[in-house]
Design a protein around this ligand. Structure first.
Ligand SMILES: C[S@@+](CC[C@H](N)C(=O)[O-])C[C@H]1O[C@@H](n2cnc3c(N)ncnc32)[C@H](O)[C@@H]1O
Length: 294
């Protein structure tokens, strides 16, 4: 069953191969649109409490605080950067997409946060200048080899790297219809995953290859971090809209893509026996986190 599920995904993945695999400019194409960046800002959530705690505990164990400089690579519109800003003196969010960085800047960041557009493989920081380098749900888009070399260059000795992603293991909970509701969500989600970029294989493999590529001997990979994200029905549908496979589908066939989301929202409301898309629902996600120290 699991094999068929993965096989089905791989077939879908092949359809979306892009011309020059591995080149950073390809990855940004997935997130470059202004419309996509706005949807991203609206619907993408911050790292959940369990993930936050896992990261903070690790960094405390490794005594990286007080850290002078924390860099959040592939920051998007700042979901992880905002969390870091609550705990560290100076945080710089970087992303290859100008549109994402503009949205992040427009969101009135706190004074200890700045944003800049640059590729993960060419970070504009001095050698051995960064205390903590993070990446939330983004490392799978990078050219892994070049990113790891660059991370190694900019990290201070004793500095830590945190690379996390949420996985495709997601479920919904609402009253006594959680199972049915999750089924509705998964049907749409599995269909959308057929439009996934080939790099999503890193997520499907729980960042195994990314973990192996991290050039520090002191490292670990945690694959069972579960978080409950408070959402609404509209938020769950918006999350699907913000996903890169949906954006590919939207470009290929806008009418069909929009209709799939409308239908999904309708089915979710029917299953829950309610009429308001603003009704709260619990969104459960499993995170994977790769942690390492230089
Ligand atoms: C799925 S989003 C994650 C955004 C945010 N960190 C979050 O947690 O929601 C991935 C981000 O990685 C960025 N990205 C993709 N390839 C990149 C690269 N080579 N260098 C820097 N950023 C990149 C994209 O522009 C996008 O904003």
């Amino acid at each position: 069953m699991l094999f068929l599920f993965l096989l089905d995904k791989r077939r879908g993945l092949q359809r979306c191969q892009t011309p020059v695999p591995g080149h950073p400019s390809m990855a940004t194409q997935m997130f470059e649109g202004k419309g996509h960046a706005a949807v991203y800002q609206k619907y993408r959530f911050e790292p959940g409490k369990e993930l936050q705690q896992t990261i903070l505990t690790y960094l405390q164990e490794k005594r990286t605080n007080p850290a002078e400089l924390v860099v959040d690579v592939g920051c998007g519109t700042g979901q992880g950067t905002r969390f870091l800003a609550e705990h560290f003196k100076k945080v710089v969010g970087t992303d290859i997409s100008e549109a994402q960085i503009q949205e992040a800047k427009d969101s009135h960041p706190p004074p200890n946060v700045s944003y800049l557009a640059c590729p993960a493989e060419e970070l504009p920081f001095e050698d051995a200048s960064v205390d903590v380098l993070t990446s939330f749900t983004a490392a799978h888009w990078f050219d892994i080899e070049n990113f790891m070399r660059e991370a190694n260059r900019v990290m201070k000795p004793g500095g830590c790297v945190v690379l996390s992603t949420y996985t495709v293991d997601m479920s919904l909970r609402y009253g006594n219809c959680s199972e049915k509701l999750t089924k509705v969500f998964r049907e749409t989600w599995d269909m959308l995953l057929k439009y996934s970029h080939s790099r999503i294989k890193h997520v499907l493999e729980d960042y195994k290859e990314i973990f192996e590529a991290l050039p520090f001997p002191d490292k670990k990979r945690i694959t069972d971090i579960f978080d409950k994200i408070p959402m609404t029905v509209a938020g769950v549908v918006g999350y699907m809209e913000s996903a890169s496979p949906y954006q590919v589908f939207l470009k290929n066939d806008p009418k069909a893509a929009k209709s799939v989301l409308q239908e999904t929202e309708k089915r979710m409301l029917e299953t829950m026996g309610i009429s308001s898309p603003e009704t709260p629902v619990e969104f459960w996600v499993r995170h994977v986190c790769v942690l390492g120290c230089k």
